[in-house]
Design a protein. Sequence first.
Length: 269
Amino acid sequence: MSAFALPKAPDYEGALLLASNVTMRFGGVTAVCDMTVAVPEGSVVGIIGPNGAGKTTMFNVLSGFYRPQEGDVRFAGKSILGSSPDRICALGIARTFQNIRLSSAMTVLENIMVGCHVRRRCPWWMAPLGMPVFHREERAIERKARELAERVSLADQCDEKAGSLPYGAQRRLEIARALATEPRMLLLDEPAAGMNPQESLDLMHFIDHIREEFNLTILLIEHDMKVVMGVCQYIWVMEYGALIAEGEPDSIQKDAKVIRAYLGDEAGV
């Protein structure tokens, strides 16, 4: 879908995000083992694998929810290992979740405004004091949120409760809230989960659109292979916490280890 073309292998030195030799253990269980992922700026890169492969654990490491026992994570050339999720978000990495985490009782506009608050300058204590500078910034945040709603085709639903939206619109809203943080990089955790074929097709166009519109680098986890092959320029494949294959979509589709991981030994490969 996109005109952007990756080299045959990602540039480890020039990657916007580089996770090197990451290992994450929970007690005696190794969820991620010696994993290295490089994401060039401006690309859409995917991590795929069967359930339990360690994909979401890897995302939680990249976004600061977990600190790995081994390895390093560098963003824009600087280590972010040990940084808190809010600090990583402020540095320019936003994420969505496998299970949509919207505030369902809040409106569409309010949910987007929550993301905008990452960049606000006025401290919270100005609000109860009624300081004009705080209210000016709050009005600016509302304008920004309305603009974002327009750009993701949610302008007509701004005053609706988030929980009342159709499933596909809720996914777009969660992404809009992430975009409100003004990220350089967006991590999407199974964005097509629960979608019907038409919604998945719409999502593919949406991902390609926001990458160009917002000048983003995108790393996604996804089980829907049509989505993965339709939007990703490079793919990393995990099984049992380890990397078993990497490459461009065409080569990944033909890789015997990947086919076996998804279909089992009965696949005859």
